[in-house]
Design a protein around this ligand. Structure first.
Ligand SMILES: Nc1ncnc2c1ncn2[C@@H]1O[C@H](COP(=O)(O)OP(=O)(O)OP(=O)(O)O)[C@@H](O)[C@H]1O
Length: 688
């Protein structure tokens, strides 16, 4: 089929074809993307430290250019500003910035740019409770347009997993993958929509030397497919260093080298900085940047014009000036010059995907990748398909210009909601703590309370104990639903930050999905608990009273869960587990159980209106003693609370309105859910 297509187009003259080796595998099902060159000019980044007047300049007017089809390393001593530069280039950091960032010579439109790029952060940020295949299915469901057929999605998953050497592990839980496999899965997930620019923050951190080599080989292969691959890296070995096409080195927020990795030693030599024989050039440039050979930073920054010069293969040093990116004509001339003169193969590869692997017939795909990368690095061929220039331009305009699709995400918010909901339900089912421990706790505590307060509900002499039981219900339901959310939700944050930044879904659909996902489980646990305690403690066996009792308990657990969401969204686990219970104390004190409403000083009574525990407690008390309940049994000579009205009078609840309690709980629930969303939105912005 592909051959027919290629031959037809060859006859039409729009395609240029060469024969490709039969064993090469190509990611045929990925959407075609344009090549993207990224440039930045006079980039300065400042942060305010401590007092407002104390401004720290982290990047000092640096410039540079990162080309498609190249694997670029951003290197430099610790604290030089590598991560900061990467965060700016990805669009992760946007404030405190001066200078310009251009994409193919046009000022970067951040919204459009983020559709073309992905940022793979250092710590992988994967959900451990999914298999590789499931994680890929979620990525394709969210990142490919809804119109994509199931067969096409499966083909994309199959191709990517095979190319990245993960197909053998498709049923493995993500948490059980090795470090290198996790890294490859992170790449696989983002590769689904074939972004032409991929950023990696220290992709080799935590990997052994063999995995490092595999990882960089993979990045090299991705770059050979026409993508712009940019990664920060700490001092790579000489073997790894050679695999990078382009090096961008920072020292103290300034550029000390930009250009081909192969010409680094020669360039430093021309500046009287001789790299000792058998010395790793990557280590040497870091040592020079750190000042181990004297203070050369100023000299290097001037020589490279703080990133405006670019040391390219086959070009004399002084002529390798980077053009003015704000000048479109100069930019076009430069592109034509370089494309014609330098690396035609790279340009011709821009519109094909070159993720070819040699499967060796044994399915040894990792070796296939390595062999392919090695042969590609050595040969720089083969050419497969070259689109005509007019088409290239159209694609670029469509993707990068103002006329780009206004849709931020590949799928509708409803689809995002549905996919995230299904994923969260799957996690919940597999999470032992979240599910089984919680279920066990509700059943165990239910029976314990049932045994402790056994058969007291209809006993006029044990009304005070029964009120204690009602209050304990509130306490138990509040803490169980609140703490589980405080403990689990912040752990989701890093994945949320990554996936939301990489445009998998909107915060709104994510939030709605996680909000809805836990409600059924919480409801089931609450019902199980209430049924056990209600029956064992012999509360009135009347359906409407049970329904009122249950609805108060359900609402309390939903409200407490919302408190957990607010706390979980606003702070980390350590602060949350301390602060949430402490903050709940006033609500417990003003619940009406310890002090009746009339006994509370007037200036403190407003707290009772905020206390959701009070509404829940009042709801269960009314369900138990109100609505003309007949007198209780009395097995003693005198039972003060034999008449339920006396109990309500004692609690100042004689004129309380059950509907009002339910309405107040619903209102508090809504306010808390909205607040949690706002906190989450703020947190996502604040982390940048
Ligand atoms: N928000 C901030 N406030 C104050 N200083 C900051 C802030 N962000 C970064 N810095 C400082 O800017 C400098 C560069 O930080 P950056 O994380 O970019 O360095 P790096 O080169 O990635 O270092 P490493 O290799 O150790 O990760 C460091 O000195 C860091 O302390």
């Amino acid at each position: 089929m592909d051959n027919v297509y290629i031959l037809n187009n060859l006859r039409k003259g729009s395609l240029k074809v060469t024969i490709t080796p039969a064993q090469h595998k190509t990611l045929t099902h990925l959407p075609k993307r344009p090549p993207v060159d990224l440039a930045f000019t006079d980039l300065t980044y400042k942060v305010q430290e401590g007092r407002k007047s104390n401004v720290k300049t982290i990047l000092k007017s640096v410039s540079g250019r990162l080309r498609s089809g190249e694997l670029t390393a951003i290197m430099g001593p610790s604290g030089a500003g590598k991560s900061t530069l990467l965060n700016i280039l990805t669009g992760y950091k946007t404030s405190g910035l001066e200078g310009s960032v251009t994409v193919n010579g046009m000022e970067r439109n951040l919204s459009g740019f983020r559709k073309l790029s992905c940022y793979i952060m250092q710590d992988n940020q994967l959900h451990g409770n999914l298999t590789v295949e499931e994680a890929m299915a979620v990525a394709t469901a969210l990142k490919l347009p809804s119109a994509t057929t199931t067969a096409d999605r499966e083909e994309v998953i199959h191709e990517i997993l095979e190319t990245l050497g993960l197909s053998e592990h498709h049923k493995t839980m993500t948490s059980n993958l090795s470090g290198g496999q996790k890294k490859r899965l992170s790449i696989a997930l983002e590769l689904v929509n074939n972004p032409p620019i991929m950023f990696f923050d220290e992709p080799t951190s935590g990997l052994d030397s063999s995995s490092c080599f595999q990882c960089i080989s993979l990045l090299k292969t991705l770059a050979r497919g026409g993508r712009t691959i940019i990664c920060t890296i700490h001092q790579p070995s000489a073997r790894l260093f050679e695999m990078f096409d382009h090096l961008y080195t920072l020292a103290d927020g300034q550029c000390v080298y930009q250009g081909s990795t192969g010409r680094l030693v020669e360039w430093l030599g021309s500046l009287s900085l001789q790299c000792p024989s058998y010395h790793n050039p990557a280590s040497f440039i870091i040592e020079v940047s750190c000042g181990e050979y004297g203070d050369n930073t100023g000299k290097l920054v001037r020589a490279i014009d703080n990133g405006k010069n670019d040391i390219r293969n086959g070009q004399p040093f002084p002529d390798s000036k980077v053009p003015d990116y704000n000048n479109k004509k100069a930019m076009e001339e430069s592109l034509n010059k370089e494309w014609n003169k330098n690396d035609l193969a790279q340009v011709q590869e821009k519109f094909r995907d070159g993720n070819n692997t040699n499967t060796n017939g044994n399915g040894n795909l990792q070796n296939g990748i390595l062999q392919y990368a090695a042969s590609e690095i050595a040969k720089g061929d083969p050419l497969v398909v070259q689109m005509d220039t007019e088409k290239q331009d159209n694609v670029e305009v469509a993707l990068l210009g103002e006329g780009a699709s206004p849709r931020r995400y590949a799928t509708s918010e409803l689809t995002q909601f549905w996919v995230v909901l299904k994923r969260t339900l799957l996690f919940s089912r597999r999470d032992w703590t979240l599910m089984y421990l919680r279920l066990f706790a509700h059943i165990l505590v239910g029976f314990l309370i049932g045994a402790l307060y056994y058969d007291i509900g209809d006993d006029g002499s044990k009304v005070l104990s029964n009120l204690g039981f009602l209050f304990f219900n509130m306490l138990f339901l509040m803490y169980t639903s609140m703490t589980i959310t405080i403990l689990s939700f912040p752990l989701e944050m890093p994945v949320l930050i990554k996936e939301h930044f990489n445009r998998w879904y909107s915060l709104r659909s994510y939030y709605l999905a996680i909000t809805v996902s836990d409600i059924p489980f919480q409801a089931i646990f609450c019902v199980i608990y209430v049924v056990i305690v209600y029956l064992l403690t012999s509360q009135p066996p009347v359906w409407f009273r049970f329904a009122m009792f249950l609805s108060s308990c359900l609402l309390i657990s939903f409200v407490a869960q919302s408190v957990g969401l607010v706390v979980g969204a606003a702070m980390n686990v350590q602060n949350g587990v301390f602060l949430a219970p402490v903050m709940s104390v006033p609500f417990l004190l003003f619940s009406g159980f310890f002090v009746s409403f009339n006994a509370i000083p007037v200036y403190l009574r407003w707290i009772t209106y905020l206390s959701y525990i009070r509404y829940g407690f009042e709801g269960t008390a009314l369900a138990t003693y109100s609505f003309e309940r007949p007198k209780l049994k009395c097995h003693q000579t005198y039972c003060h609370f034999k008449n339920p009205e006396t109990t309500l009078e004692e609690l100042d609840m004689l004129h309380a309105d059950f509907t009002l309690d339910i309405a107040a709980l619903c209102l508090i629930f809504l306010v808390l859910r909205i607040s949690a969303f706002l906190f989450l939105r703020w947190k996502l912005k604040a982390t940048r």
